[in-house]
Structures are given as C-alpha cells and as structure tokens.
Design a protein around this ligand. Structure first.
Ligand code: SAM
Length: 244
C-alpha cells in the first residue's frame, strides 16, 4: 500500500512503533495539540467523565500505553486523595517526558512503569480501572493485551479504551482522509522534522478493526456489558467493558 508498512510482520511491528515514539517523545504533546486541533483534550476528558473515579475512597488506575501521562493526571485530578495511578508504557522516552511534567501535587500518587501491554509485569486483580488511550492499535497482538487487561483488573473493574475510528459521516470522511493522508505527515515533517512516523500513524488507524469487531475482541477477553460510542463524527470511539 501507500507507505510500505502493510507487509511488516507482527514481530517487526513493535520495533517500528518503538522507533516512532522514540523519535517523537519530546514533541509528542505539542504534536497532539496541533494534529487534533486540541480535540484530544476533549476526548480524554470524556474518558474521565465516563470513568467517574470516586472522590471518597481509594481508587487504583492502570493507564496502559500511558505515554506522557495525560490520562493518569486527568483521572487523579478528578479522583480523591487516596487514588493512585500506574502509567505503563513500552517506551522509556515517553515515560521520561511524563515523569518530568508530573504536577507537583500528584508526584506521590503516580508511578511510571516500563512494560509491554501484552505481558504486564503486574499482579492479578490489582486495579479498579484499566485505561488505554490511542495505544491499543500500536500493540501487535491485541487479544493478548485484552486478556492481560482482564487479568490485572479486580472484579467489578472497568475497562475503557479510546481509539481512532473510521469516520462515517458522508462528506466529512473525504475531508478527514485528505487531512490525514496529506496534512498529518506534512505537519509531522514541519514540527518533528520527520513525516514517516506520522504516515505510520495514519496507516495504523486504517488497519484497526471496525468498532463491532473490536467490541467482539473485548467480549472474547471475558468482559461484560461491552459498549462503544462515537465522538466527533466517529474520528474517535470510546469502548467500555466490565470485569463482572
Ligand atoms: N496514552 C497517551 C495519549 O493518549 O496521549 C499516549 C498515546 S501514544 C499515541 C501510544 C503509546 O503507546 C506510545 O507511548 C507507545 O510507546 C505506546 N506503546 C506502543 N506499543 C506498546 C506496547 N506493546 N505496550 C505498551 N505501550 C505501547
């Protein structure tokens, strides 16, 4: 296809992904704002609203592919003083940025762990919530990651996943395609000095399973009450499930 990533084998995919985020780590946050026109903030806020962490009791969050800490910081701000967050990412450079930008008041509540979503270095039944934002499509073996999510959650725990989706609004889909195939790599070149990581980004969105297929994978991992809803005309989708 367009960018030559399609023939990449499963084992090589992770190496490719790691190179991408190694290259962009320091510019990641500003690129996020630029490329989504700030919308990623609203999508992340919507995840936190859906999660509704309690303010009056302990709450243990695991944010996988947590990168620079955006989700963890938001959840901790919304939760009570007894909440804690573990930010797990495969890429030490992304975690280092997150560590540097941790708000002082949250320092004691957040922990950064380098690890792979497919083989979490964490014990069974530990967390009240597992979140993954714009991360699952980077994971080569998604069913393994979902099984791990189920394993580390407590009974009654919540699974929430934000991911790019296919745009289904007529007309808007053409504009969105033009934007993603042309503007996104061009912006990447301009700001981060390299278009290639952003071509990968656009390509990986195309290849991600359709919403119903992904919901089926979440169910297959053992989750119940699985739902999903579109945001911003379907650019992004919030998937939800419970460990019953
Ligand atoms: N969640 C953050 C956000 O929404 O801003 C970061 C999302 S970023 C697009 C994707 C992240 O997934 C990167 O930080 C990357 O290192 C991480 N990642 C890729 N493969 C992974 C894996 N197998 N296990 C854990 N993290 C992974």
């Amino acid at each position: 296809t367009h960018f030559g990533f399609s023939t990449v084998r499963l084992e090589e995919k992770q190496t490719l992904v790691d190179d991408v985020f190694h290259k962009v780590a320091r510019r990641y946050d500003i690129m996020n704002d630029l490329m989504s026109a700030g919308l990623h903030r609203a999508w992340k806020d919507a995840l936190v609203s859906a999660l509704r962490p309690p303010r009056d009791k302990p709450f243990a969050l695991l944010d996988v592919a947590g990168g620079t800490g955006d989700i963890a910081f938001r959840v901790l701000e919304a939760a009570g003083p007894d909440a804690s967050a573990t930010v797990l990412d495969i890429n030490g450079d992304m975690l280092a940025v997150g560590r540097d930008r941790t708000p002082v008041r949250l320092v004691g509540q957040v922990e950064f762990v380098q690890g792979n979503a497919e083989t979490l270095p964490l014990p069974d039944r530990t967390f009240d919530a597992y979140t993954i934002a714009f991360g699952i499509r980077n994971v080569p073996r998604i069913p393994l990651a979902l099984a791990e999510a189920h394993r580390v959650l407590k009974r009654g725990g919540r699974f929430l996943c934000l991911e790019f989706s296919q745009v289904d609004v007529p007309g808007f889909d053409r504009i969105y395609d033009a934007y993603s195939f042309n503007a996104v790599p061009a912006l990447g070149k301009l700001v981060a000095g390299d278009a290639e990581p952003y071509r990968y980004l656009v390509e990986s969105i195309r290849k991600f399973p359709r919403p119903e297929a992904f919901a089926g994978m979440i169910r297959a991992a053992g989750f119940g009450r699985v739902t999903h809803r579109p945001m911003t005309g379907g650019i992004v989708r919030l998937h939800s499930g419970w460990k019953l």
